[in-house]
Design a protein around this ligand. Structure first.
Ligand SMILES: [Fe+2]
Ligand SMILES: [Fe+2]
Length: 344
């Protein structure tokens, strides 16, 4: 395991728990997991966050390497929430196996069932939330809702044997990386949450629920980015608890953002005069701060900035640094005072 894992193949991350995800080399990886339960009297399989339609070939290949019957033999799938990167492949799974059961909250299922899945056997977790469930194999599971992280009906699933907590989008990151997260992944986790999580209050509630788990999880397995283990768990939980996201950023900057954007556009005119329009337009077009995450800065047709998502000061700072990196020494001298003024 670790940075040398071959991500083209399934990886056993704990006894009976396999990573069967995809796209780990791209900016937004998808982590899917297959749990194989072996008991004295029964066996069972559970597919956690199956993934988008576009990952079908990869998922099928990885699952077939673990289960001789492949995807068609999976009778149980769990979904954290209803986004296409989690549920897209479900209609295909159902077409392969009419005995498929899907576990989710009712708020999630109401939306997912519209995807041609109305006749699927649905197992609601609303009644068993926060309680432990014992499977026929004797294995224990717990479902922990994380309201508004990022969907109202989002729910984590905790595997009590492996002590792996599957957190869905919560604690996910956009950074391209290996299977296991390192400190470097914080920037990507932060960018993802600033964009997709609605409020810090929702995050705090989810963190509180994670901290209350007994026994404490050994691994936090989000649907995107690296798996969080060891000392990194406490570090990430601490940092994420203090992170302003979504509406926190929008409301706190409501009055100041237009002025900031206007200031940035003034600076851009000067940068174009100094460095040449062609070069500046190219930098703006390719600009991807925070682990190559696109479109933190929205450009209008006129080449001017229309909107900034995430933390605007950080986004602008990253952009100005990109200009500085590709400017000559002489150009840097001209631009630096202007940049300093904007960031005051
Ligand atoms: Fe999502
Ligand atoms: Fe997601």
């Amino acid at each position: 395991m670790g940075s040398h894992s071959n991500l083209d193949e399934a990886i056993e991350i704990s006894s009976g728990v396999y990573w069967v995800g995809a796209g780990t080399k791209t900016f937004l990886s998808r982590n899917s997991f297959l749990r194989v339960y072996e008991g004295n009297k029964a066996t069972g399989t559970l597919l956690i966050d199956p993934g988008p339609t576009s990952d079908f070939v990869s998922l099928s290949h990885k699952v077939s390497s673990i289960l001789p019957g492949g995807l068609a033999s999976i009778n149980l799938a769990f979904i954290n929430h209803q986004d296409p990167d989690v549920v897209g492949v479900l209609p295909k799974l159902y077409a392969m196996n009419r005995k498929l059961n899907i576990i989710a909250t009712e708020d999630t299922w109401r939306l997912v069932s519209l995807n041609g899945l109305a006749s699927v056997r649905f197992r609601s977790i609303d009644q068993v939330q926060e309680q432990r469930l014992v499977l026929p194999t004797g294995h224990k599971l717990q479902f922990i809702p994380t309201p508004y992280c990022h969907f109202r009906g989002a729910s984590m699933i905790y595997d009590l044997e492996s002590r792996i907590l599957f957190t869905g989008d919560f604690l996910g990151g956009v950074e391209a990386s290996g299977l296991i997260a390192t400190q470097e992944n914080w920037a990507g986790i932060k960018a993802f949450h600033q964009l997709y999580m609605p409020s810090n209050e929702a995050i705090k509630l989810a963190v509180k629920k994670i901290r209350a788990l007994e026994p404490a999880p050994l691994t936090l397995a989000p649907q995107h980015g690296g798996l969080i283990k060891g000392d990194l768990i406490e570090l990430v939980l601490e940092r994420i608890s203090e992170l302003p996201v979504g509406l926190d950023i929008v409301t706190s900057l409501n009055d100041r953002l237009p002025a900031l954007i206007a200031g940035l556009n003034d600076v851009l005119v000067a940068v174009k005069e100094t460095m040449g329009e062609y070069k500046v337009d190219r930098i703006l077009r390719d600009f991807k701060p925070e682990g190559e995450y696109p479109s933190l800065i929205t450009l209008g047709r006129d080449g001017l900035v229309k909107d900034i998502k995430g933390d605007p000061f950080e986004a602008i700072n990253a952009l100005l640094n990109t200009f500085m990196d590709s400017a000559t020494e002489k150009q840097q001298k001209l631009l630096r005072p202007m940049f300093n003024l904007l960031m005051l």
